[in-house]
Design a protein around this ligand. Structure first.
Ligand code: 5GP
Length: 183
């Protein structure tokens, strides 16, 4: 027997349902980049990506932000390797940038319970940035447990576990080019 990888199953056997296809993703990311370019005109923001999930979205997004900008990354974990949020946020890697007095845009892959965003807002607010905004590609609005304020949202999606375009299942499938639902 020749066992298929999860990647092959997803892409070639249609095992997973497409939620957002490549072209739709591309168009929305371009729009978001244009909006951010407009909103931050004349500024030099620091774009902080939340690892691991946001790396693909952020790489695409910043190519549509026509400004001098800096990038940094923070790594947090709320899920471990499971499909259900543990409810606890841990920081695994901190940023290196000095953010006091700077315009900060945090880029997330997905907002689910909102706990990660809440954690990040508290953490970065303490460092006295000039401004602090949040962008997310995906938003499971009906799952949010705490008050979150999001400035840029790519897509509101239903309460389903999604993979691809940076989002993993047990650390794999991040390299799928579109967003799929894993039933
Ligand atoms: P929150 O703290 O808002 O509950 O969750 C945010 C984090 O949980 C995301 O950055 C992501 O890593 C993970 N997450 C939430 N929903 C999903 C999902 O549907 N699929 C995947 N792969 N990760 C998710």
């Amino acid at each position: 027997m020749n066992p298929k990888s999860e990647f092959e199953k997803a892409v070639y056997e249609g095992e997973f349902r497409t939620l957002i296809d490549q072209e739709t993703l591309r168009r929305r990311v371009v729009e978001m980049g244009r909006q951010i370019t407009k909103d931050y005109g004349g500024m030099q923001p620091i774009i902080i990506g939340v690892l691991n999930g946001a790396f693909l979205f952020m790489a695409d997004l910043i190519r549509h932000i026509e400004l001098d900008l800096e990038v940094d990354f923070i790594k947090i974990s709320s899920y471990g390797d499971e499909k259900i949020s543990s409810g606890k946020v841990m920081m695994l890697k901190d940023i290196n940038a000095e953010i006091q007095g700077r315009h900060i845009l945090v880029v997330e892959d997905i907002v689910d319970t909102g706990l990660s965003i809440q954690f990040l807002r508290e953490k970065f607010s303490r460092l006295a940035p000039a401004s602090l905004r949040f962008a997310t590609l995906l938003y499971k609005k009906q799952n949010v447990r705490v008050e979150v304020q999001l400035d840029y949202v790519g897509f509101e999606i239903p309460d389903e576990f999604v993979i691809g375009y940076g989002l993993d299942y047990k650390q794999i499938l991040r390299n799928l080019p579109a967003v799929f639902v894993m039933d």
